[in-house]
Design a protein around this ligand. Structure first.
Ligand SMILES: [Zn+2]
Length: 214
């Protein structure tokens, strides 16, 4: 199977799995993946992640211009911003996942590190997650806000909208965004219950042992 054929199938399989588990609903969420020839596969605009057709995934050239398949998601500037600022990015996943969106709306969060230190995998797979302001859908300033982080963050949470996570490949990005959603869920489940967070020393030990960008 060619790299492109496999990538098209993986995108559809991962997207359907996320949709089936309620990680994004309706026609929300999108995925992009960089191929080794420098071109990109991107999920189409208006498509549901539960019902993607591998043959209709949008194909973009190295400058993110449309060269095949359906028209791409209008949230493409978000994806491009990660590829442009983080050379190690092989895929980007964006969801409208409920718990992450809820967390983005709570008062008293630290915008530079919006996820509370609850589990080692949340820290290992995501590093610090940046909370970005609310932007209208399709606003180019979303991409500018990601560029403004100068590649220092692999994961951001758009206020009142949802997370965007970059990874070295599609599986890494998918696993990381699921970790973000699960940590947000834990934060909401334990809100007001005085949960015992990981201590600064425990967080630092995880960062050191697993070489996390922090
Ligand atoms: Zn979105």
């Amino acid at each position: 199977m060619s790299e492109e054929t496999r990538a098209r199938e993986d995108i559809c399989r991962i997207a359907k799995s996320m949709f089936d588990r309620g990680l994004t609903c309706g026609a929300s969420g999108n995925i992009s993946q960089r191929l080794s020839d420098g071109t990109y596969l991107v999920t189409p605009t208006g498509s549901s992640m539960g019902f993607l057709d591998p043959g209709r995934i949008s194909h973009m050239d190295a400058q993110m211009r449309h060269i095949g398949g359906d028209q791409p998601t209008k949230e493409i500037p978000l994806h491009s911003a990660f590829y442009e600022t983080r050379a190690q990015t092989g895929a980007v996943v964006h969801l409208h996942s409920t718990h992450s969106v809820a967390l983005s709306m709570l008062p008293d969060t630290d915008p530079d590190n919006v996820l509370p230190p609850m589990t080692p995998y949340g820290i290992m797979r995501l590093g610090k997650v940046q909370l970005l302001p609310f932007f209208l859908p399709g606003d180019d300033r979303m991409g500018e806000a990601v560029r403004g982080l100068a590649g220092k963050r692999s994961a951001v949470l758009l206020a009142n909208h949802g997370p965007v996570v970059a990874g070295k490949d599609l599986w890494a990005a998918a696993h990381a965004i699921e970790e973000l959603e699960e940590t947000a869920k834990l934060a909401l489940l334990t809100q007001g219950l005085q949960p015992k967070m990981l201590s600064d020393a425990q967080v630092q030990a995880i960062v050191k042992k697993f070489d996390v960008d922090w």
